[in-house]
Design a protein around this ligand. Sequence first.
Ligand SMILES: C[S@@+](CC[C@H](N)C(=O)[O-])C[C@H]1O[C@@H](n2cnc3c(N)ncnc32)[C@H](O)[C@@H]1O
Length: 266
Amino acid sequence: MPAWLLYTVFSLIFVLASTALFFFTLTRGALIMRAVLGNSRHDAAHVYPIYSNMWLIRLVDFQPVIAAILLFQYDRLVSAITSGLNHMDLRGKTVLITSCAFGNVIPRVVTAAIESGARQVLIADIIKNELDHAQGKLSEFSGKLQFLQENATAMKQADGSVAVNVIFFLLHELPHPLKGQALREAARVLAPGGKLYLAEFHRPDVWVLRALSWTYFKVFEPLGLALWHTHDPLKQLEAMDGFTCERRTVFFGNFQILVATKNLVA
Ligand SMILES: C[S@@+](CC[C@H](N)C(=O)[O-])C[C@H]1O[C@@H](n2cnc3c(N)ncnc32)[C@H](O)[C@@H]1O
C-alpha cells in the first residue's frame, strides 16, 4: 500500500475515533461520572454537558456538524414541521417550542409560526444557557418571544394554552418515566384543535441501518432505544385518547415526525 494511502487511512481513523471519544465524554460518559459521584438526583441530571456548558454549546452548534449527526436529514425534518406551520392559521395564537436544539430549527420554526400569524412564541428549556444561546439566534423576533426556564415534564403553562407545541429530539434523551410525563405535559398544554409536532429517532426498516443505529444508541444514548418499542411516542399518544395522530418516517425509517392533533371534543 502506498505511504500516502496509509497516512490517509490512519488520519481518517484518528479523526473518527477522536470525534467519537469527544462526544462520548460529553454525553454518556458525563452521565456515568455523575452517577458515580452521586450527583444525579436533580431535575437536569440527564442533560449532557454539551447542552449546559456555554463554551461547549458554542463549540458544537455548527449546522454541518448537527446535520451530519442527523445523517443529513435535519433540513428535511425541520421542513416537515415548518410546512405544517405554514398551513395553519395561527393568528393571535401562542406557539410553544419545548426544549432548544442546535442548528437552525428554532429560527425556522419561529419564522414559520410568526408568518402564520402567531402572537407569541414561547421557548422553554430546563437549561438557562441553552435559552441564552437560542436568544442570540433570534434577535429580529425579540418582541414576540418569551424564553422560559422550565422542565418539559412539569410545565407551568395552563391547560389548553398553546395552539402548537414543537418538540425536536428531546424524548430520546429523557429517562424512560419522563418520556411519558413530557408527552402528557405536551398534551395538557395544547388547546383543542392544536397540534403537537414531534421529531425523533425511529426504528430503521433496513437491517444494516438498524444495526448501526442500535450500536450508536448502546454506546452514546442508551435512553433512546426504548423509542423503538416500549416507549414508542405514537403508542403513548394514542393511549392518551383525544388525539388524532399521523406518523411519517424518513431515511429508511430512521427518523419520525409525529403530528398529534388534539380533538375538539375529547
Ligand atoms: C432537544 S435535545 C437535543 C436535540 C438535538 N439532539 C440537537 O441536535 O440539538 C436538547 C435540549 O433539551 C433540553 N432538555 C433536556 N431535558 C429537558 C427537560 N426535562 N425540559 C426541558 N428541556 C430539556 C436540553 O437542555 C437541551 O437544550
